[in-house]
Design a protein around this ligand. Structure first.
Ligand code: 13P
Length: 290
């Protein structure tokens, strides 16, 4: 029923509120990509232990491996029963069909990635998604400029930093809830140490009020993460580091002879996701903020 839907939704936290608190507190909230139940459990174990708000996310390109109709309800159920605020986010939405499905499943925010479009079209499409999300009370994230690489490593997208004037116009014309910007960051493992353009970040932050998002968190140094959080980034996306940590933890457990059967393997996966989330939550300064 509509009433029970409202009740269920009230138990979930909206990304809009998490990021507003982060802006006031001068910290960033980690948005961790998950592909299965073990990763959800590992991230939430770290968040609960550190009393940190977190965001669970999955990107549209990953749905081939983790179907939305299966992993979506799992993410929403895990968020609802967590003892800390957990938002559920649809990352890099490309199609209205999948964004609509995420909203129906109860995701509390969706990203529409129109960064490859001319600015006018990106604005028009983002406004359409904001209208779609409104009846659900869900927040919307958009992106301007081009973050390098691609979410699943299948494309080499050239990096192109956000123009601060575009950010001002985008905010005024869309009223979007969160804005991903490109400041020299890229998805996947960096081939060389990234040199983030803190001057661009500062200019965007000074001239806008929208919470800002840093994609491509894997491989950025703790110092740069802290500086981002202090300069106006309120959400940091981490994907590759989680998958690598899970894989390496499993490999290490095999090498140490610690895997005697399936459930040891499953435990190692949870542990890998836990370690990675724990490390990032401490760097982002989100511990104790729940
Ligand atoms: P990484 O894979 O570089 O951590 O990027 C994550 C991301 O931005 C997902 O949207």
């Amino acid at each position: 029923s509509a009433a029970s839907d409202v009740y269920k939704r009230q138990m979930l936290v909206n990304m809009r509120d998490l990021l507003a608190d982060a802006r006031v507190g001068g910290y960033a909230v980690g948005s961790f990509s998950v592909a299965n139940m073990e990763m959800v459990l590992g991230v939430l174990q770290a968040a609960e232990e550190l009393r940190a708000p977190v965001i669970l996310q999955i990107a549209e390109v990953r749905l081939r491996q983790s179907p939305l109709e299966l992993i979506g309800p799992l993410m929403v159920a895990a968020a609802r029963q967590a003892s800390v605020p957990v938002a559920v986010h649809f990352d890099h939405g490309k199609t209205e069909q999948k964004i609509g499905q995420a909203l129906e499943l109860g995701f509390t925010s969706v990203m529409f990635d129109g960064s490859h479009l001319p600015l006018d079209e990106n604005i028009a499409e983002t406004c359409r998604i904001i209208e779609m999300a409104r009846p659900y009370g869900a927040a919307v994230e958009a992106e301007i400029g081009c973050v390098g690489g691609s979410e699943d490593g299948s494309e080499e997208i050239a990096m192109h930093c956000t123009d601060p004037a575009d950010a001002v116009r985008f905010e005024q014309e869309t009223g979007v809830d969160a804005l991903a910007i490109a400041i020299g960051n890229a998805h996947g493992n960096y081939k060389a140490t990234p040199k983030l353009r803190f001057d661009i970040l500062a200019q965007v932050a000074e001239n806008t009020h929208t919470p800002l998002v840093l994609h491509g968190g894997t491989g950025i140094s703790p110092e740069d993460f802290r500086r981002c959080a202090q300069t106006g980034i309120q959400k940091i996306n981490i994907a590759t580091a989680t998958f690598d940590s899970v894989e390496q933890t499993v490999r290490g457990a095999y090498d140490a002879g610690a895997i005697g059967g399936y459930y040891d393997l499953q435990g190692a996966e949870v542990q890998g996701a836990y370690k990675n989330a724990h490390r990032h939550i401490l760097i982002f300064g989100t511990d104790g903020k729940a």
